[in-house]
Write a protein that binds this ligand. Structure first.
Ligand code: HEC
Length: 144
C-alpha cells in the first residue's frame, strides 16, 4: 500500500470509530440508569391505569385483584402478560396459589405501551423478570 492510500484509508475510518465509541457510550448510559428511569414510560402507564386494581406496591387485593409483585403467573410468561394488558381476560387464573376470577378489561391499545408497562412490572418491587421487545409480541392480535 502506498503511503497516500494508507492516509486516505485512515481518514475514511475515523467516522466509523466515532460510531463505535458513540454507541458504546449509549449502551452504558442506559444500563447505568436506576430502575425507575429505565422504565419511566411503563411506570407512568402503570400509575395511570393499573394502580387502582394492582395497587402501588404491586400486591393487588387478595381474592379480587392478583399481585404483580413476585407473581408466579406473571414471571412464568412475559408474552402472555403483554396479551393480558392488550386484550384483558375473563377466566379463572391461579396466582401464587390463590384463584382469581374477576375479569380484567383491556388496558392499552397498542403493542408499544403494552410492552412498556409489562417491562416496568417485570422489574418493579424486587421483580427480576427480564424484559420483552415489541418485536417478540407483534403477532398478538388486538381484539376489540
Ligand atoms: C379493573 C381492575 C384491573 C386493572 C385496571 C388492571 N388489572 Fe390486571 N388483573 C385484574 C384482574 C381481576 C386479573 C385477573 C383476571 C382473570 O382472572 O381473568 C388481572 C390479571 C393481571 C395479570 C396476570 C395475573 C398476574 O397477577 O400476574 C397481569 C400481568 C396484569 N393483570 C397486569 C395488569 C397491568 C400491567 C395493568 C395496567 C396496564 C392492569 N393489569 C390493569 C384487574 C385489573
Amino acid at each position: 500500500m502506498k503511503p497516500l492510500t494508507g492516509i486516505i484509508v485512515a481518514i475514511m475510518l475515523i467516522p466509523s470509530l466515532f460510531v463505535i465509541v458513540g454507541s458504546g457510550a449509549d449502551v452504558k448510559r442506559t444500563t447505568n440508569l436506576p430502575q425507575e428511569n429505565r422504565f419511566e414510560k411503563g411506570k407512568n402507564i402503570y400509575n395511570e391505569k393499573c394502580v387502582v386494581c394492582h395497587q402501588a406496591n404491586g400486591e393487588g387485593i387478595k381474592g379480587a385483584f392478583p399481585p404483580l409483585a413476585n407473581s408466579d403467573y406473571l414471571l412464568a410468561d412475559k408474552k402472555r402478560a403483554v396479551e393480558q394488558v392488550l386484550n384483558g381476560s375473563n377466566e379463572e387464573m391461579v396466582v401464587n396459589g390463590v384463584t382469581y376470577k374477576t375479569p380484567m378489561p383491556p388496558q392499552v391499545d397498542n403493542h408499544e405501551d403494552a410492552v412498556a408497562v409489562i417491562n416496568y412490572v417485570l422489574n418493579a418491587w424486587g421483580n427480576e423478570g427480564g424484559t420483552i421487545s415489541v418485536e417478540e409480541v407483534k403477532d398478538i392480535k388486538i381484539k376489540r
